[in-house]
Design a protein around this ligand. Sequence first.
Ligand SMILES: Nc1ncnc2c1ncn2[C@@H]1O[C@H](COP(=O)(O)OP(=O)(O)OP(=O)(O)O)[C@@H](O)[C@H]1O
Ligand SMILES: [Mg+2]
Length: 353
Amino acid sequence: MEGDACCFENWTIAGGDGLALLDIRNLNIRFSSSANKGKRKKAESAPFHAVSDLNLQVQEGEIVCLVGESGSGKSVSAMSILGLLAGTGRVEGEILFSGKNLLSLTEREMDEVRGRGIAMIFQDIMYSLNPVLTIGFQMVEGLRRHMRMGEGDARKRAMQLLEKTGLPDPQQVMRKYPHQLSGGQRQRVMIAMALTCSPKLLIADEPTTALDVTIQLQIMELIRSLRDETGMGVLLITHDIGVVAEMADRVYVMYAGQCVEEGSVEKVLGHPSHPYTLALMQSVPAIHQSRDRSLFSIDGAVPERYDLLPGCRFATRCPKRASCPYTADDTLYETSGGHVRCRLSAQTGGGAA
Ligand SMILES: Nc1ncnc2c1ncn2[C@@H]1O[C@H](COP(=O)(O)OP(=O)(O)OP(=O)(O)O)[C@@H](O)[C@H]1O
Ligand SMILES: [Mg+2]
């Protein structure tokens, strides 16, 4: 490996000093909503506040899940970490990676962080792989560019990484174009590509949504074993509570652009406090559930302009809304071992809220 020194290599990586690998503080993301401005009411044409005051930490070697319904702000939060919203969204707050605020880095410095420090597996895989280049070419180019490797070393390393992800014939895979692989194979290739530069943090945005259950399980096991082997931190985005239960050390539940509950997986899934978390748990069909019993679903959908809602954003769908005296309150309360954005739950100790 030839690897020149770069600005990222000189950073101290989080460790025994108690510093989180990733420490997001008061993250706010706004998009200008200029479309149809003339036809909209004044409030509706105001910038769309997609994510409000998100605080999230990932420690070295930890798997943290970000879970929530479609449109709750999971992907934009992840993309803001890698500076991928520049030009479209306004990002405020602090995103500390090994103690450095990524929001204050230059584009060149950020380029070093992408890949070498943080790698991301995107939600839409077909957009992430270049359809007109072979897998081998894309991997070798990545290694040459980010790791400054020569052609031969890069090729050897690419094969090793593909092998590591369980692909049976790496040499063959290197010669193929993305459309010549199955969904599961493409997913493994994406993981191999994300690992090319030995990242400290892997962000995986719904990495198994399009895959069948057995392949999903294999991919999750792969991510977990790579975490065990390399000690990297993982931020895993999903809307699947089953994946959270299987994978997470800690979990953040998002609803309408806010974190509504946070804590260890045992706490959040074992004793959910927020009514939304509780509803998410009830929505998971049990394998032995009688076929006559109808499946549980949460009434309604995430409101489109959720940022314009005053107070509790879940109030319109909450089963307790009629008797809750606190619908005007959207404070995040500290609980034993976590946080919950519901005063009623915080007072009653959750679960029954
Ligand atoms: N470039 C953009 N401009 C304006 N609004 C955007 C933009 N990107 C995302 N949004 C809005 O931000 C909100 C959060 O989107 P995001 O993609 O983060 O949702 P998500 O939680 O990842 O959902 P899913 O589970 O469907 O992937 C949505 O209302 C979405 O429409
Ligand atoms: Mg998403």
